[in-house]
Ligand binder design. Structure first.
Ligand code: C5P
Length: 232
């Protein structure tokens, strides 16, 4: 898969989601389904969006004992999504088990990526709440390397970390980066942001864009602007 823009469909109902997707009559965007929509509408929502021809990133961030994650992944593999994720903090054994569960009998599987440290976690909170004392960027790189050793395809990280992840893990290791804002747009609650153009320059493989598209007056135009700045 090449560079692409993934729209975070952070909606709480099927109706709202389909009304939004109905606006896109040309190119079918790659969409991200997160916990809110999945817990509200269940796997049928995933099947329905897939049937409409969209690629899907199922962002459920699994984190449990290896056997439980393996079994959950073997259920998710039947949904025929393109990208799924888990928390690298679950350990290498959990990531290996996840990969096993996700692989179909014919050897195919969705891409699997790991959340390193959430972009909402600060150095201070990591030290005090998690008792991890190393610098945040070193922790992110260590998690990325561990995910790679476990056989995963990439990581979710801040666009600010994408270049370094590629240096450490190679250009073929995917970086999927949220926290993207237009130069002239609102930042909202994201702290460390980048424009689509900057994310392209730094080497992100996929940008995840939510509100700058979903809350735009013209979501299709906002999506197309992202494509122009990031892909073309
Ligand atoms: O609306 P906005 O563009 O901020 O949406 C970003 C999306 O990426 C949201 O779905 C959010 O949950 C997700 N995300 C994030 N930061 C992370 C991981 C996921 O913003 N570290």
């Amino acid at each position: 898969m090449g560079k692409d823009v993934i729209i975070a469909c952070d909606f709480s109902s099927r109706e709202e989601t389909l009304n939004f997707l109905d606006k896109f009559t040309g190119r079918k965007p790659f969409v991200k389904i997160g916990m809110e929509l999945y817990y509200a509408e269940g796997p049928q929502m995933v099947r329905e969006i897939k049937a409409r021809g969209h690629k899907i990133f199922l962002d459920l961030k699994l984190h449990d004992i290896p056997n439980t994650v393996k079994k959950a992944m073997s259920v998710l593999r039947n949904l025929d999504v393109d990208l799924v994720n888990l928390h690298a903090a679950g350990t290498k054994a959990m990531m290996e088990a996840a990969l096993e569960g996700l692989t179909r009998p014919d050897g195919t599987r969705p891409l699997l990526i790991a959340v390193t440290q959430l972009t909402s976690t600060s150095q201070e909170r990591m030290e005090q709440d998690l008792l991890i004392k190393e610098p945040l960027d070193q922790v992110v790189m260590h998690y990325a390397k561990t995910a790679q050793q476990a056989g995963l395809d990439g990581v979710v990280c801040s666009p600010l970390e994408a270049g370094k992840v590629h240096e450490v893990c190679g250009e073929g290791f995917l970086t999927v980066t949220p926290g993207v804002r237009f130069a002239d747009g609102e930042v909202g609650d994201q702290v460390r942001v980048m424009t689509p153009e900057e994310a392209k320059r730094i080497g992100s493989d996929y940008i995840v864009v939510g509100r700058p598209i979903t809350k735009a007056e013209d979501p299709v135009a906002a999506y197309e602007r992202c494509i122009r700045e990031f892909v073309d």
